[in-house]
Design a protein around this ligand. Sequence first.
Ligand code: COA
Length: 145
Amino acid sequence: MPMKHIEHNSAEYQAMVSLRMKILREPLGLSFTPEDLEKEKEDFLLCAYDDDKMVACCVLSKLSDHSCQLRQMAVSPSMQKNGLGRSLLDFAEKVAYDSGFRSMVMHARKTAVGFYQKQGYEIHGEEFEEVTIPHFEMQKQLIKL
Ligand SMILES: CC(C)(COP(=O)(O)OP(=O)(O)OC[C@H]1O[C@@H](n2cnc3c(N)ncnc32)[C@H](O)[C@@H]1OP(=O)(O)O)[C@@H](O)C(=O)NCCC(=O)NCCS
């Protein structure tokens, strides 16, 4: 399935925000502020397509010269549990490694911890609450794929 970088504030970015709203925010009764989205102009914005339909996405934010944070990982409900999340995460790790990052960090929803553990991520620290639900910080050292 094709995966690519998209541009901030493009039509594709609007489609990405809609996908993230539907999967990650509306079920929690939450939204994005204009400030949340403005901050993403420095981020890596990654998407997967089925023909011309966007079906999965994630965001990479720089934390330091060596470390970046995976955020907003979402796969369309009808496409989940088919390997697409793993493929997009592999792509994100390659993008991160090729950009010089050697460590990936995330705030994983408790319900998704098992998915990230299968891709080699480990829990660091105690459970905490974010966007009203339980999360764990998870990390992985990146290698060249
Ligand atoms: C979590 C999510 C990104 C996973 O993507 P996906 O395409 O469904 O996952 P994959 O099919 O690539 O799964 C890869 C492996 O992880 C497992 N897996 C997937 N989701 C899982 C979960 N929530 N908990 C435990 N294991 C999971 C799969 O069974 C598969 O295992 P296998 O290798 O033994 O077959 C996706 O389900 C999703 O968007 N969920 C809703 C939003 C969300 O929670 N995002 C993460 C925010 S931190």
